[in-house]
Each structure stands twice: as structure tokens, then as C-alpha cells.
Design a protein around this ligand. Structure first.
Ligand SMILES: [Zn+2]
Length: 147
């Protein structure tokens, strides 16, 4: 009988590049970031720049902020973050509430509810649903003002 127990690869960003399978190197963002005055450290695909997948670490740690992403996914995540951040930056909810909403949206535990973990599909979902929620909240705020 075949075992269905597939070994789950726990990739904390430090093993293989999800794009090309290359090894991943822990290094400074020097030469990758135009301005690395903050001395950012990255996990970078060893095939850089042919493969430009990388991920930042939390400052002062070796813990990646998410999963490795190429240029497309990085810019999509940035966009998703801007849309998502409006939810709490405009005072419609607290930061905590916004992350709880995100966790619920992507069906992930709160500890994993970070844009940095999301792929293309969920980034687009976050953009769409953040905007939808924002419009609803704006409409409510507006109707309260008009009363
Ligand atoms: Zn790669």
C-alpha cells in the first residue's frame, strides 16, 4: 500500500528557490537594492540576477518576512499591502482587526496572515476584497455624516 504521508517541505525561505530550484543564499541587499543604507539582509536565489527571486528578513534576525518572490510577485504584494493598509490607516478598523479580517479571508491562522506569504491569487483577492470593504466602510461613514 502506498503511503499518503508525503513529507511536507517546511521551507522557511532558506532552502530552494521556488522559481528555479536554485539554492538560496543569505546575503546583504548590496547591489540588489538601489539604496541599501539600512543594511537590509536578504535570502536571494543563487542564480541572481538571472533569477531575481528574493525575500527580506526581519531586521536583526535571519527570519524571512515571507516567501521568496520574483519581481512580479513582489510588486503585486506591494500593491496588495497598500490596499490592505488603507483599512487600518484610514481608521476604519484597528490594525489587529485588519489582520484578523485578512486571516479569515485567506483561511490562515493569524500568525500566518501576512501579505509576504501570499501568492498571486491571494494578492489579487486581498486587493479586491480590501477595496470592497473600504467602499462599504466609506459609505457607512458618509451616511453617518449626512444624518
Ligand atoms: Zn531562482
Amino acid at each position: 500500500m502506498k503511503s499518503n504521508k508525503k513529507k511536507k517541505m517546511k521551507n522557511n525561505g532558506a532552502l530552494r528557490c521556488p522559481y528555479c530550484g536554485g539554492t538560496v543564499v543569505y546575503r546583504s541587499a548590496e547591489g540588489i537594492y538601489k539604496d541599501n543604507s539600512k543594511d537590509t539582509m536578504l535570502y536571494v536565489c543563487s542564480h541572481y540576477p538571472a533569477c531575481d527571486a528574493y525575500v527580506r528578513v526581519h531586521p536583526g534576525t535571519k527570519i524571512p518576512m515571507g516567501t521568496m518572490a520574483d519581481q512580479n510577485l513582489r510588486s503585486l504584494r506591494n500593491t496588495a499591502h497598500r490596499h490592505f493598509d488603507k483599512l487600518h490607516k484610514d481608521g476604519y478598523m484597528t490594525r489587529q482587526e485588519a489582520y484578523m479580517w485578512l486571516a479569515n479571508l485567506i483561511s490562515a491562522p493569524l500568525s500566518q496572515a501576512h501579505i509576504g506569504y501570499l501568492g498571486e491569487y491571494y494578492c489579487n483577492l486581498v486587493i479586491k476584497e480590501s477595496d470592497k470593504l473600504l467602499r462599504t466602510k466609506q459609505a457607512i461613514r458618509k451616511s453617518k455624516c449626512e444624518v
